[in-house]
Design a protein around this ligand. Sequence first.
Ligand code: SF4
Length: 143
Amino acid sequence: MLTPDRIVPTTCPYCGVGCQIDLHIKNEMVYRVDGRFDNNVNNGKLCVKGRFGYDYIHAPDRLTRPLLKGDQVSGVRSTHHPTSWENALDTVATRLRETREKYGPDSIAILTSAKCTNEENYLLQKFARAVIGTNNVDHCARL
Ligand code: SF4
Protein backbone atom coordinates (compact mmCIF):
# COMPACT_ATOMS: atom_id res chain seq x y z
CA MET A 1 0.00 0.00 0.00
CA LEU A 2 1.30 3.46 -0.94
CA THR A 3 2.19 5.88 1.80
CA PRO A 4 0.83 9.31 0.90
CA ASP A 5 3.08 12.37 0.84
CA ARG A 6 0.16 14.21 2.37
CA ILE A 7 -3.56 13.80 3.06
CA VAL A 8 -5.80 16.76 2.28
CA PRO A 9 -9.22 16.98 3.96
CA THR A 10 -11.87 18.50 1.73
CA THR A 11 -15.48 18.24 0.57
CA CYS A 12 -16.69 15.92 -2.21
CA PRO A 13 -17.34 18.07 -5.31
CA TYR A 14 -20.17 16.00 -6.78
CA CYS A 15 -23.34 17.03 -4.97
CA GLY A 16 -24.82 19.23 -2.30
CA VAL A 17 -24.75 16.53 0.41
CA GLY A 18 -21.22 17.71 1.12
CA CYS A 19 -19.60 14.45 2.22
CA GLN A 20 -16.23 14.97 3.86
CA ILE A 21 -13.28 13.27 2.21
CA ASP A 22 -9.53 12.78 2.52
CA LEU A 23 -7.46 13.08 -0.66
CA HIS A 24 -4.38 10.81 -0.50
CA ILE A 25 -1.64 12.47 -2.56
CA LYS A 26 1.64 11.02 -3.81
CA ASN A 27 3.96 12.89 -6.20
CA GLU A 28 1.26 15.57 -6.59
CA MET A 29 -1.26 12.93 -7.78
CA VAL A 30 -4.49 12.01 -6.02
CA TYR A 31 -4.40 8.21 -5.90
CA ARG A 32 -7.02 7.41 -3.23
CA VAL A 33 -10.07 8.99 -1.66
CA ASP A 34 -11.51 7.99 1.73
CA GLY A 35 -14.59 9.18 3.57
CA ARG A 36 -13.92 11.07 6.79
CA PHE A 37 -15.43 9.90 10.09
CA ASP A 38 -15.05 13.18 12.01
CA ASN A 39 -18.36 14.66 10.89
CA ASN A 40 -22.11 14.14 10.98
CA VAL A 41 -22.58 14.34 7.21
CA ASN A 42 -21.32 11.00 5.90
CA ASN A 43 -19.61 9.31 8.85
CA GLY A 44 -16.97 7.72 6.62
CA LYS A 45 -19.39 6.57 3.91
CA LEU A 46 -19.24 7.69 0.26
CA CYS A 47 -21.28 6.87 -2.83
CA VAL A 48 -19.50 5.44 -5.87
CA LYS A 49 -18.92 8.86 -7.45
CA GLY A 50 -17.53 10.34 -4.28
CA ARG A 51 -15.17 7.44 -3.72
CA PHE A 52 -13.94 6.57 -7.21
CA GLY A 53 -14.84 9.41 -9.57
CA TYR A 54 -11.61 11.38 -9.58
CA ASP A 55 -9.79 10.35 -12.76
CA TYR A 56 -10.64 13.73 -14.26
CA ILE A 57 -8.27 15.50 -11.86
CA HIS A 58 -5.24 14.36 -13.86
CA ALA A 59 -6.91 13.93 -17.28
CA PRO A 60 -4.64 15.40 -19.98
CA ASP A 61 -7.59 17.01 -21.82
CA ARG A 62 -9.06 18.62 -18.71
CA LEU A 63 -9.96 22.27 -19.16
CA THR A 64 -7.72 24.32 -16.91
CA ARG A 65 -8.27 27.80 -18.36
CA PRO A 66 -11.39 29.76 -19.33
CA LEU A 67 -12.33 29.69 -23.02
CA LEU A 68 -14.01 32.46 -24.99
CA LYS A 69 -16.00 31.82 -28.14
CA GLY A 70 -14.14 32.92 -31.23
CA ASP A 71 -16.63 35.60 -32.18
CA GLN A 72 -15.67 37.46 -29.02
CA VAL A 73 -11.99 37.46 -29.96
CA SER A 74 -11.51 37.29 -33.72
CA GLY A 75 -14.94 37.21 -35.38
CA VAL A 76 -14.65 33.45 -36.01
CA ARG A 77 -17.61 31.48 -34.61
CA SER A 78 -17.63 28.02 -33.05
CA THR A 79 -14.01 27.99 -32.00
CA HIS A 80 -12.81 28.74 -28.54
CA HIS A 81 -9.70 30.53 -27.40
CA PRO A 82 -8.00 30.26 -24.01
CA THR A 83 -8.03 33.47 -22.03
CA SER A 84 -7.25 34.75 -18.55
CA TRP A 85 -9.78 34.57 -15.72
CA GLU A 86 -9.72 38.37 -15.58
CA ASN A 87 -10.68 38.66 -19.24
CA ALA A 88 -13.30 35.91 -19.00
CA LEU A 89 -14.96 37.50 -15.96
CA ASP A 90 -14.80 40.98 -17.54
CA THR A 91 -16.45 39.57 -20.68
CA VAL A 92 -19.24 37.89 -18.70
CA ALA A 93 -19.85 41.05 -16.64
CA THR A 94 -19.92 43.22 -19.76
CA ARG A 95 -22.34 40.89 -21.57
CA LEU A 96 -24.65 40.65 -18.56
CA ARG A 97 -24.65 44.45 -18.17
CA GLU A 98 -25.34 44.99 -21.87
CA THR A 99 -28.13 42.40 -21.90
CA ARG A 100 -29.79 43.86 -18.82
CA GLU A 101 -29.62 47.41 -20.21
CA LYS A 102 -30.97 46.40 -23.61
CA TYR A 103 -33.63 43.81 -22.69
CA GLY A 104 -34.27 44.26 -18.95
CA PRO A 105 -33.31 42.14 -15.94
CA ASP A 106 -35.89 39.41 -16.65
CA SER A 107 -34.11 38.61 -19.92
CA ILE A 108 -31.44 36.93 -17.78
CA ALA A 109 -31.78 33.65 -15.87
CA ILE A 110 -29.32 32.08 -13.47
CA LEU A 111 -29.06 28.27 -13.49
CA THR A 112 -27.17 26.84 -10.55
CA SER A 113 -25.84 23.35 -9.94
CA ALA A 114 -26.01 20.51 -7.45
CA LYS A 115 -22.23 20.48 -7.69
CA CYS A 116 -22.12 23.86 -5.99
CA THR A 117 -22.15 24.13 -2.23
CA ASN A 118 -25.22 25.50 -0.47
CA GLU A 119 -23.24 28.68 0.15
CA GLU A 120 -22.39 29.06 -3.55
CA ASN A 121 -26.03 28.47 -4.52
CA TYR A 122 -27.13 31.05 -1.96
CA LEU A 123 -24.69 33.59 -3.43
CA LEU A 124 -25.90 32.89 -6.99
CA GLN A 125 -29.56 33.52 -6.10
CA LYS A 126 -28.48 36.65 -4.21
CA PHE A 127 -26.51 37.76 -7.27
CA ALA A 128 -29.57 37.18 -9.49
CA ARG A 129 -31.97 39.08 -7.23
CA ALA A 130 -29.81 41.86 -5.76
CA VAL A 131 -27.36 42.54 -8.62
CA ILE A 132 -29.16 41.52 -11.82
CA GLY A 133 -32.65 42.28 -10.47
CA THR A 134 -34.43 39.10 -11.54
CA ASN A 135 -36.12 36.21 -9.78
CA ASN A 136 -35.28 33.91 -12.70
CA VAL A 137 -33.28 31.41 -10.66
CA ASP A 138 -33.39 27.66 -11.06
CA HIS A 139 -31.39 24.58 -10.13
CA CYS A 140 -30.60 21.37 -11.98
CA ALA A 141 -31.67 19.20 -9.02
CA ARG A 142 -35.24 20.60 -9.06
CA LEU A 143 -36.23 18.23 -11.86
S1 SF4 B 1 -19.99 11.11 -1.87
FE1 SF4 B 1 -21.85 10.96 -3.15
S2 SF4 B 1 -23.51 11.62 -1.77
FE2 SF4 B 1 -21.58 12.34 -0.86
S3 SF4 B 1 -21.29 14.45 -1.62
FE3 SF4 B 1 -20.18 13.04 -3.00
S4 SF4 B 1 -21.65 12.62 -4.65
FE4 SF4 B 1 -22.84 13.46 -2.94
